[in-house]
Every structure is written in structure tokens, then in C-alpha cells.
Design a protein around this ligand. Structure first.
Ligand code: BES
Ligand code: ZN
Length: 934
């Protein structure tokens, strides 16, 4: 499964990962340009009417919620119950005409309706009540900053009555991957378009005027008007198709949806091919544009059929819609989106060519499909009350996708991977001062996108993994079933989930879990031993990567489920709830905390104990999760000053007989993180680190080999690929030569000479050791490869070339028309492998800031990724200052979290280098990787 993208903050060198991050690193929304607030049109409202401000304040803070009084929400004077929406896209001028009729329930006597609208031209409004028009030309005022339109009329609507608001409008089929937008593909040398939508979190208001908040659920009846040759898709199945405009076009009307949130509405119009399966109770289809081979949708299609059946059983709840469509969209800002009954995907995350893609791509697709399908219940049927509860959606879909992946593909051993992937992603981001609690107050639309991060996804799912293990998976799932039944078609807060789990288990779930979701951070537990009493003394403190926790930041006492492993097995019941406590251990000869790393904490052992654990690992007393997690802890503790880096190096050096992929993966991640932090250090030390890296991996890489056979299991394939890529990046001459030979055959036309599992590694190796000739061949493959996966693999590698002229070509390519905005971060990634690339990338970012800021103005998630990528590789005070100086004069709203996380990551490296520069040098000399400098 995919390592969550924020781990890039640790500068994970992509060579080491068979699954380099694909997704935008941070997702955030363009901050609306600040406008001066127009004077309120309601200052003269009779007091018996609900005034705008009064209504707003009443909506704030439903009882027991974590929201804040300043949350920007709509007034509660009316409530939408049904939308009748008609849209007609125009592909000649990239606009669409729309009409929406919204049925409203009037909650309070009122003479206005406020709803969300953003960058939409509203032409007319008509307000009706009891079937007759009460105002045909009401006053319409817009508030750009709050993204609202307010319709004010002279006749009041009475509390308890029904009303109707009809609006006509024109919108833009924009190229920003937000709202109702255009997406392009090439066919016979021509650029063709489809219209598609992306509403989450707050872009439904960009597509049509609506009450754009998750708790304002309504039913939707959508009609799309389009060319007869085009396919029209909506959340629901087609109710009718009729000729309109004298037979020139068709109007496709969809059946009315169940109650749902606006962010889940979707529609697509364009020339699309599809395949269908009937292996589930309702039909499932995969759609793609004609430039794609639709048969590549087969894997996702059949997996979806199996997964929906599995979820219906697991949740004891029928999928309530009449069909499920899954669409590969050529331009897509995220990886996939769970629109109810109409899931949209980035092409690479749904279409799979088993012949030309590797094992990690297949795993990523399985994860994505299962994640979005889990949302059909968790998110779509039961929805968070407001965005503060986003983690309920994303944390759960993440947990569920691993759970179901494990059920379908037990041989993939995904829960082992979880420990080095999601868990480390969570701990990594959450070790920064600029992290945030899982339940985070969000006030404005601009804040929301930024919390689609490793905290909501990975810490959220880690919290669920922890509680599911504590209660037992069966009890946990029974609680989930009860929760879904109780809140179907409704909205919830985190407390509702804990209540359901408490009910079913009889345990005080809320008291324990509240601390985890409402507080930032996690603890490091320091262990001291008392041989005389055969006990260990445990002390918890907040863990920060910068290693500089202040007392006021260390006040939370986390309820830590210890998971104490001893010779007698795992004691599941013990918890540390206080700052410090002593625990008995049957035999101090062997014990380990955090069995299987099911809990959210790191453990700091004494160097002697760590050594013993290293031996225990070799002797087979520890599980794969234990070994991988222990290395992860050791790496993180070294980087933050709780342990010495030399200790990490010795630990890793002693584990070269390790036999498991996941453990190796973590070792190489930690060595990669170290090498990345030392990126700007002197050449001798860097060469010595590289030599150590090489000596660590070469034997294993040679033993495994780089031939792939039909009989290789899924994990073995990834293991071979990991070791080959790692040894190649460390300069192993045999592997470099092997890569060059494969590449030569490939360049001569034998595409199959490079196995898909190692395609990226081979490109990286030849680019690192070659020049313009190799560059042009890889670039050519980016341009001509038949699948999106192959193209983007090539695109990600180009930056590895170190020649200054090639660095410039990579940077120019990033902004050219050849690279879609959705992929702009890919060529930038490779440049992070070498100091010259990192420096040139930063200079490029600064000189192109205005262009980047403008072209990614609605896809700020991608701009965040660019900001993060171009800054987080630095490691000195002077570089940090450059970053700060540059952004000091910029409007950073919408990506400010990414920026401060990047700065924290740099600070952590500055401290690490200062602390352990000499320690690492000494270790390298003592171990003969470095000639003593004396
Ligand atoms: N709901 C998200 C898509 C999304 C992300 C919408 C950010 C708006 C802003 C979807 O369910 C999701 O989480 N997609 C992931 C893929 C998944 C496999 C982790 C993504 O796009 O990264
Ligand atoms: Zn999701």
C-alpha cells in the first residue's frame, strides 16, 4: 500500500521505494481573493426575522461538538430538501448553462436565502411559496470572500412553510480540476475534452449554487443536456432520455438520489467507452476516454464487484444505489473521489495493464478502489457533521481498505506494510510542531483542503487499528454495523462512533480515545530497567522531531496501550495513563514494548537493550512488525536526539541477514533519510555513507537477483525491485552494469528488456550514470509510452540527471504543456536526489512563482506539493532563511500548513546534523568507510 505522501517531509529518497508517492502531497483550496465585505443588506431587517448574524451564530456549535464559534457557515433560516438541477455544457467556449430549483423548508420567518456560490454568474432568481411566485426579481448580493450569494425578497416566508428558489446561471468549465471542469485527452493528434466534476470539499458551490455543507443533506434530481454521441453520467441511473432542441441534443434525466451531501454530487459528459460486470447485485461499470484501452479497467471492475459484496456483508447494509460507475478522468487533482455511485479516478489509479505495470501499481489500485468503495458507507451513507470530523471519513476508509485488502490478498501481508507505511506516515507528520489534532477546528473553506493529510488518513486509521485490536476486530465491526444502522443518511460526530463502540464492548472507549483525537502529537516512552525487582520503569513525554519539546508542549498524558511482549506472550491489557510507572516483567532477559506496533508511540531503550533486541530479532523472537517498527523507532529517535545515530547505524549493520521485505524496506528508508539529511555535507562523508549503504544491500540484492518469474509472489517481486533499486542507487557496479545493459536493449526497441517492477530503477540508474543520450530516451518514453503508468514512471525519473543543462530541461518540462498540472510535481521529485537539483529547483520555483500560483489557483493541493517539494530538502540555517524570506512577502493562505511543516522538517535536520555530525563521522571511520580526517 502507498506510503502516505507527507512522509516526503523526511526526504525519503524515492529510489528506495517501490511505491514512490503518487499523490499530491497536500491538498488545499485556493484562498478566495480578499474582497472588501459589502455592507450587510439586512441591517434594516425587522427584528422578528432571523437576521443574518443571529442565524449564523446559532448554527455554530451544535452541542458536544468540537467546532469553534468563528466557523463560517450558512444561516439556518431555511434548509434545502431537494435540488432539481439541469446543466448543459458547451465545449466550444467551455461554459455551461444551468438551472437549479431548490425546494426549501423554512425554519424561521425570514426574507432572505443565503447559499454558497463561487465563480458562477447567476442570471436570475425566482422565489415561490405554496406554488406561486412571491418574487420574480429579488435582490441578489454576492460575498466573494465567503463564497455566498444572498437572495433577498420583500415578502416574508413563514416558519414551517415550504418554499422554492429557482436560479439560472452560467459557469465555466475551468481547467483547474475543481467544480465542473474540463479534462483533455489526445485522439489522432487532436485535443478532445470531457466535462467532469470534483466537489469535495467545497467546490460544489463552483459547479452550481447550493447549500454546500456536509450536514445539509438533500435529494438530487439531475438532468444533463449534451450532444447525442456523448455519454452522460450522474450519481444515479438514467430515468429518461429525450430529444431536445429539435433533436439536436439529448436531455438525460437521472433518478432522484437518496439524501446526500453536496460534496458527493458528480456528473460527467463526454465520449467514453465502458466495460460492465454483473457479478454484483447491481451493475458496475468502468468508463474511460477513447485514448485508453478500456480492458485495462477489468481488474478494478471485478475487484469492485467482490468488494461491494464483501462490504455489504461486513457492514450488514445494502449498497443503496442502483448502479456503480467508476471513471478514469484524464485530469484529476487527487487520486480518486468517492462520489456516491460515480467514483472518479486518476487514470493510473484505476486502469491496470498487468503486462506493463508492476506489483506496487496493482497494490495501489486495489487500495484506491477499496478505499473509495468503503466511503460509499463511511462518508456517503453516514457523513461527518462538519469538516472537523473529516478523519471519520478518511481514517475509516483507510483502515477499511487495508482490512479488505488483507481479506482478498492475504499473501500481500498488507498489515505488515502498514507499520512502515501509514503508521510511520502518521508518526512522521505528527512529530512536527506544526502538526494538528485529528479533530481539528476548521473555520473557512481555505482551511479544509489542508487537513486531507497524514493526520486525517494515517493517524486516523492508526487510532482505529489501535482500538480495533484492543476491542477485538469482531467487536469493533459489530460496533461499526450498529453505528451505520443508527446514523444512515445522517451526520455524526466522533463521539457517536465512540458511543457505538462503547455500547458494544462495554468499555469506556470515549475517555481513552478522546485524548488521542483531540490532542496533537504522541509520546515517546523511555525505558529504564531494574534488574533487582525484574521491572521496567516507563516514562512518557511528547515526541518532537526537532528534539526541543518545551514543558508547556508536554502536558498531555496519553492513555498508552502498552502491548508488552515477554517470553509469556503479549499482555494486551496494560496501559500507561500516568507520566511514569513501574511494570513487572517476568524475565528481563527478553521483553519488547508495543508488540506489532499496534499502538501510537515510540520506545526509547537503552543502547544495551537495543543491542539485545537486535540479537532477539536475529534469533527469531520478534515478528516482522516488531522488527520493522523497532528500526523505525530507532531511526526517528536518532534523527531527533533521543538516541545517537551511531546506534542506528550499528543496529542496521547487524541486521543484514534479515529475510523480510518489509524490514529491509524500513532499514533502507532510515538509511535514505540519513543520506538525505546529509545531502549538503562534505563529499567524503557522503561517499562513506554511500559505501556503507552499498555494503549493506549488495549481497542481498545479488542473492535475490533481478529476474522476475511467473512464480514470484507479489511480495517477492517488490522485494527484488526494492533491493535492485537500492543497490543501484548506492552504486553497486554489477547492478549499474545490469541496468545499463537492459536499458541498451530497451533503447534498441526491446521494450520488454526492462521488467515493469524495476523500470523506474533502471531509468534512475542510467540517468545517474549517463548523460543527454539516456535522458532523451527516457524523455521519449514519457512522450510515447502507451499507458499513463509508463509515461509517469519516466517523468518521475528525469530529474535524476545531474548535468546542469539536463536539470534545466527537466524544470522547463514541468511547466510546459506536455506535463499536465496534475503531474507537475513528478519531474520535480527526481531533482531531490542531488544538491544541484535541489538548488536549481528552488531557484526555478522562485522565478516562476507567479505562474505557478496562478495556474494552480484552484488546485492548491498541487501548489502545496510544489512548495513542499521545493523547500523540504534543505538542511541549513541559511537555506531555511531563504525559504522564510521568499514567502514572507507572499500570500500563503491555503498552503500555509505545508509551508510550516516544511520549515519544521528543515529545522529538525539542522538540529540533527549539529548533534550527530561528528558521531556519524566517527562511526564511519571506526567501521572503515571513512578515512580518518585527522
Ligand atoms: N475523498 C478523497 C478525495 C479527496 C482528497 C477529495 C482531497 C478532496 C480533497 C478520497 O476518498 C481519497 O482519500 N483519495 C485518496 C486515495 C486513497 C487511496 C488514499 C487520494 O486521492 O489521495
Ligand atoms: Zn478517502
Amino acid at each position: 500500500m502507498r506510503r502516505f505522501s507527507s512522509r516526503v517531509l523526511q526526504a525519503r529518497p524515492p529510489l528506495l521505494s517501490a511505491r514512490a508517492p503518487l499523490l499530491p502531497l497536500f491538498r488545499s483550496l485556493r484562498a478566495p481573493t480578499k474582497t472588501i465585505r459589502p455592507p450587510s443588506p439586512f441591517s434594516y431587517s425587522p427584528t422578528r426575522f432571523c437576521s443574518y448574524r443571529m442565524c449564523r451564530s446559532r448554527r455554530d456549535g451544535p452541542s458536544g461538538s468540537t467546532n469553534t464559534p468563528s466557523r463560517e457557515v450558512l444561516p439556518t433560516n431555511v434548509k434545502p430538501v431537494h435540488y432539481d438541477l439541469t446543466l448543459e455544457p458547451n465545449f466550444d467556449n467551455f461554459t455551461y448553462d444551468g438551472t437549479v430549483v431548490i425546494d426549501l423548508q423554512v425554519a424561521e420567518d425570514t426574507n432572505f436565502v443565503s447559499l454558497n456560490s463561487h465563480e458562477i454568474d447567476i442570471h436570475s432568481a425566482v422565489v415561490s411559496a405554496k406554488g406561486s411566485v412571491i418574487e420574480s426579481k429579488p435582490e441578489i448580493s454576492l460575498n466573494k470572500d465567503e463564497q455566498t450569494a444572498t437572495i433577498k425578497f420583500s415578502q416574508a416566508l413563514a416558519a414551517g412553510s415550504d418554499a422554492q428558489l429557482k436560479l439560472t446561471f452560467t459557469g465555466t468549465l475551468n481547467d483547474q480540476m475543481a467544480g465542473f471542469y474540463r479534462s483533455s485527452y489526445q485522439q489522432n493528434g487532436e485535443t478532445k475534452y470531457i466535462a467532469s466534476s470534483q466537489m469535495e470539499p467545497t467546490d460544489a458551490r463552483r459547479a452550481f449554487p447550493c447549500f454546500d455543507e456536509p450536514a445539509l443533506k438533500a435529494k438530487f434530481t439531475v438532468t444533463l443536456v449534451a450532444d447525442k454521441s456523448m455519454t452522460c453520467l450522474g450519481n444515479m441511473d438514467v430515468a429518461s432520455e429525450t430529444d431536445v432542441q429539435g433533436g439536436a441534443k439529448k436531455a438525460v434525466k437521472f433518478n432522484t438520489s437518496p439524501l446526500m451531501s453536496t460534496y458527493l454530487v458528480a456528473f460527467i459528459v463526454g465520449h467514453l467507452n465502458h466495460i460492465e460486470t454483473t457479478n454484483f447485485r447491481v451493475p458496475i461499470r468502468v468508463y474511460a476516454t477513447p485514448d485508453q484501452d478500456i480492458e485495462h479497467g477489468r481488474f478494478s471492475l471485478e475487484l469492485a464487484a467482490k468488494t461491494l459484496a464483501f462490504y455489504e456483508k461486513a457492514f450488514d447494509s445494502e449498497f443503496p444505489l442502483p448502479k456503480m460507475d467508476m471513471v478514469a478522468v484524464p485530469d484529476f487533482s487527487a487520486g480518486a473521489m468517492e462520489n456516491w455511485g460515480l467514483i472518479t479516478y486518476r487514470i493510473v489509479d484505476v486502469l491496470l495493464d498487468e503486462k506493463t505495470s508492476g506489483a506496487s501499481r496493482k497494490e495501489r489500485i486495489a487500495e484506491t478502489v477499496q478505499h473509495e468503495l468503503a466511503h460509499q458507507w463511511f462518508g456517503n451513507l453516514v457523513t461527518m457533521d462538519f469538516w472537523d470530523g473529516l478523519w471519520l471519513n478518511e481514517g475509516f476508509a483507510t483502515w477499511m481498505s487495508w482490512y479488505s485488502c488483507n481479506a482478498f490478498y492475504p499473501e500481500w501481508k498488507v498489515w505488515q506494510t502498514y507499520v512502515i507505511d501509514s503508521l510511520q506516515g502518521a508518526l512522521s507528520l505528527d512529530s512536527l510542531r506544526s502538526s494538528h489534532p485529528i479533530e481539528v477546528p476548521v473555520q473557512r473553506a481555505d482551511d479544509i483542503n489542508q487537513i486531507f493529510d497524514a493526520i486525517s488518513y494515517s493517524k486516523g486509521s492508526s487510532v482505529l487499528r489501535m482500538i480495533s485490536k484492543y476491542l477485538g476486530e469482531d467487536v469493533f465491526l459489530q460496533g461499526i454495523r450498529n453505528y451505520l444502522r443508527k446514523h444512515a443518511y445522517g451526520n455524526t460526530q466522533t463521539g457517536d462512533l465512540w458511543a457505538a463502540l462503547a455500547d458494544v464492548s462495554g468499555k469506556p472507549v470515549q475517555t481513552v480515545m478522546d485524548i488521542w483525537t483531540k490532542n496533537v502529537g504522541f509520546p515517546v516512552i523511555s525505558v529504564t530497567e531494574n534488574a533487582a525487582s525484574s521491572s521496567i520503569q516507563l516514562k512518557q513525554n511528547r515526541f518532537l522531531r526537532t528534539g526541543d519539546v518545551r514543558p508547556e508542549e508536554d502536558t498531555t498524558l496519553y492513555p498508552v496501550i502498552l502491548g508488552l511482549r515477554t517470553k509469556e506472550g503479549v499482555n494486551e491489557g496494560v496501559m500507561l495513563t500516568e507520566r511514569e510507572k513501574e511494570f513487572q516483567v517476568p524475565d528481563l532477559d527478553f521483553y519488547k514494548l508495543n508488540a506489532d506496533h499496534s499502538s501510537i508511540y515510540r520506545t526509547s531503550y537503552t543502547p544495551e537493550r537495543l543491542k539485545k533486541l537486535g540479537e532477539a530479532a536475529k534469533e527469531g523472537h520478534l515478528t516482522v512488525e516488531d522488527r520493522a517498527g523497532m528500526i523505525a523507532d530507532s531511526g526517528a529517535l536518532a534523527a531527533s536526539g533521543y538516541q545517537r545515530t551511531s546506534g542506528l547505524l550499528s543496529l542496521v549493520q547487524g541486521l543484514d541477514a534479515e529475510s523480510e521485505f518489509v524490514v529491509w524496506n524500513e532499514m533502507l528508508t532510515r538509511i535514505g533519510t540519513l543520506r538525505a539529511a546529509w545531502m549538503f555535507e562534505d563529499g567524503q562523508t557522503k561517499d562513506a555513507l554511500k559505501a556503507f549503504h552499498r555494503s549493506l544491500v549488495s549481497a542481498k540484492a545479488h542473492e535475490l537477483g533481478w529476474e522476475f518469474s511467473e512464480n514470484d509472489g507479489h511480495v517477492l517481486q517488490q522485494f527484488k525491485a526494492l533491493m535492485f533499486g537500492s543497490a543501484g542507487s548506492a552504486g553497486d557496479p554489477v547492478i549499474v552494469k545490469a541496468a545499463q545493459d537492459m536499458f541498451e536493449r530497451f533503447a534498441a526497441g526491446d521494450i520488454a528488456a526492462i521488467h515493469p517492477n524495476i523500470r523506474g530503477s533502471v531509468f534512475n540508474i542510467v540517468l545517474k550514470n549517463g548523460g543527454a543520450k539516456e535522458y532523451d530516451i527516457v524523455l521519449g518514453r514519457f512522450r510515447s509510452a502507451p499507458t499513463s503508468d509508463e509515461k509517469t514512471t519516466a517523468l518521475r525519473c528525469l530529474g535524476v540527471a545531474e548535468d546542469p543543462a539536463l536539470i534545466q530541461r527537466t524544470l522547463n518540462l514541468a511547466l510546459s504543456d506536455e506535463v499536465k498540472n496534475q503531474d507537475i510535481y513528478m519531474p520535480l521529485g527526481g531533482l531531490g536526489r542531488h544538491p544541484e537539483g535541489i538548488k536549481a529547483r528552488w531557484a526555478w520555483m522562485q522565478s516562476n512563482w507567479d505562474t505557478l500560483d496562478k495556474s494552480l489557483s484552484a488546485a492548491l493541493s498541487i501548489l502545496s506539493a510544489v512548495v513542499q517539494l521545493t523547500t523540504a530538502s534543505f538542511s541549513s540555517d541559511a537555506q531555511l532563511k531563504e525559504v522564510q524570506d521568499f514567502f514572507a512577502t507572499k500570500d500563503t493562505k491555503g498552503f500555509d500548513r505545508a509551508l510550516s511543516q516544511s520549515q519544521d522538517a528543515i529545522r529538525a535536520k539542522i538540529n540533527w546534523l549539529q548533534r550527530d555530525r561528528a558521531d556519524v563521522e566517527t562511526w564511519l571511520s571506526n567501521n572503515r568507510y571513512l578515512q580518518s580526517k585527522l
